[in-house]
Design a protein around this ligand. Structure first.
Ligand code: HEM
Length: 491
């Protein structure tokens, strides 16, 4: 869907309206402008909820953080966010290395046999293994085997994606029946897979609760995560004093973290590798840095901070291929969006888009097109080219956008250039109160996997970029897999 929205963006500008009927529910405002996007995400977040997304994902994610209504979100975010503390992230670096090593061993075998490898499948498997361990200490082992639970997990993740590309919840049509009793085979199959996954989650939750060892937050943050047997987020959520919730909410939280943390990272790695496979000079820069910083060993958390160029390569991967490419919201009350004033008619594509702002009625839908924002030629030089070193240079606001303050690299930029550095011209993990809770986790995971890959291999696209193709779900996928020829490095 983000491709036609990009075409209209080029014709009608940073804020335009698609209307399918004269009611707010059938109206979609498409935002590609940093001011309007900042307004929705950061300045007036309470004027909006997740709208269609919540309706679509409710049967799968329930009231987990991503689709959560504002009230549930206010209760659960303060409980879940502290789970991503420093000591835990440091422990997770070990998990990233362990899971990535299994992938590398498998790739060695494939390279020795001269086989082409679908790296998209590989990255999705390794990120599923990692998220299973991180969230509920579950060993999917999907890089090396298949199991009914892996099959069920993939089927549910696929269905979540499939539904998120439909604007009408066709699975709720009463006369078609629901779940196991639906007349639609796809829905019956999905219900069966969901049951397998729910049973597995229930067992895991009951086991964690039977071993409950309550503590306050400070004590949980001080635990020796390197030596405890189960360092998962579930353990943290069960043990956190005052963080109690019912089993259904816990299940929804776990399922949401599984979905949110899986294909986002898999897709980030896929599209970054897609670009590097076509840019040998950029690949060499990553390899030079990885060899210099790691000297052949596994990356630690300190190393991840030193692997600056590798992180910028990933940041550039997220600029060109944002995951997800579109964020959804719905207006809860009458509100006004600011519009950019570039002096062109393009920024006022409809009669309710006055220079003073765009009036939005309650119930209207908002599409934040991160794809358009990140490729907006009024913000970024050569927006369609893969140029990781752009993040080392300031990007002045000289491209025709009168009121964007540009991008300024921070001296110590943390793990990635963020939405504030770029004044909302770049929002790789969203922004404002509903910003991603897993951003540090995801960046560290991706750096470990990418650096271990390039320690050992050169990569090359097996066919043309067009053969890889592109299709959208909740994240961006290839059409035909990312087929890669691996060459072992002599280091
Ligand atoms: C490269 C990887 C990732 C990307 C690009 C990404 C991107 C995003 C974005 C853009 C949002 C904001 C959505 C919105 O405003 O509508 C978000 C929210 C969220 N992400 Fe991530 N994410 C990634 C990895 C992860 C991981 C690893 C986890 C957990 C382990 C995670 C958990 C969440 C959760 C729970 C939310 C909802 C936060 C809230 O509403 O309070 N994400 N993510």
């Amino acid at each position: 869907m983000f491709m036609p929205l990009n075409k209209y963006f080029r014709e009608y500008g940073g804020v335009y309206k698609l209307s399918f009927a004269p009611v707010p529910q059938a109206t979609f405002y498409v935002l590609s402008d940093p001011h309007a996007i900042k307004h929705v995400l950061k300045e007036s977040p309470n004027d909006f909820d997740k709208g269609l997304l919540s309706e679509i994902l409710e049967p799968i994610l329930g009231k987990g953080l991503i689709p959560a209504d504002p009230e549930t979100w206010r209760q659960r975010r303060p409980v879940i966010q502290p789970g991503f503390h420093m000591r835990w992230l440091e422990r997770m670096t070990m998990t990233f290395n362990e899971c990535a090593s299994i992938m590398i061993d498998k790739l060695e075998g494939e390279a020795d046999a001269g086989n082409l490898v679908d790296m998209e499948g590989m990255f999705n498997s390794v990120s599923l293994d990692i998220i299973g361990k991180a969230v509920f200490n579950y060993e999917f082992g999907s890089v090396t085997r298949e199991s009914p639970v892996i099959k069920a997990a993939y089927a549910c993740l696929k269905e979540a994606e499939h539904r998120s590309t439909f604007l009408l919840p066709y699975w709720n049509v009463p006369f078609l029946g629901q779940g196991k009793f639906s007349v639609v085979p796809r829905q019956r199959e999905f219900a069966a897979h969901l049951e397998v996954l729910n049973d597995t989650l229930d067992t895991i939750i009951q086991k964690a609760k039977s071993l409950k060892n309550e503590d306050d937050l400070e004590a949980l943050e001080r635990r020796d995560y390197k030596s405890i047997q189960d360092p998962s987020l579930l353990r943290f959520l069960v043990d956190l004093r005052g963080g109690d919730c019912n089993d259904k909410q816990l299940r929804d939280d776990l399922m949401t973290l599984l979905v949110a943390g899986h294909e986002t990272t898999g897709s980030l790695l896929t599209w970054t590798a897609f670009e590097l496979a076509q840019n040998p000079a950029e690949m060499r820069k990553v390899q030079e840095e990885v060899d210099r910083v790691l000297g052949g060993r596994n990356p630690t958390m300190d190393d991840i901070k030193k692997l600056e160029y590798t992180r910028l390569v990933l940041a550039e991967g997220l600029r060109l291929y944002p995951q997800p490419p579109i964020l959804l919201r719905r207006a809860l009350k009458e509100t006004k969006l600011p519009v950019a004033h570039s002096g062109s008619h393009e920024d006022q594509a409809s009669s309710d888009m006055q220079p003073s702002g765009v009036s939005i009625s309650p119930g209207a839908n908002i599409f934040i097109s991160v794809w358009n924002l990140h490729r907006n030629p009024k913000l970024w030089d050569n927006p369609d080219s893969f140029d990781p070193s752009r993040w080392l240079r300031p990007q002045p606001a000289t491209n025709g956008h009168s009121s964007w303050a540009g991008y300024t690299p921070r001296k110590d930029m943390g793990l990635y250039p963020n939405e504030n550095d770029a004044n909302y011209g770049y929002i790789p993990f969203g922004g404002g109160q509903r910003k991603c809770v897993g951003d540090q986790f995801a960046m560290q995971e991706a750096v470990v996997i990418l650096s271990k890959l390039f320690q050992r291999f050169d990569i090359e696209l097996a066919g043309s970029p067009e053969e890889v193709g592109m299709s959208t779900g909740a994240t961006i996928h290839s059409k035909n897999g990312l087929m890669i020829r691996l060459k072992k490095r002599n280091v």
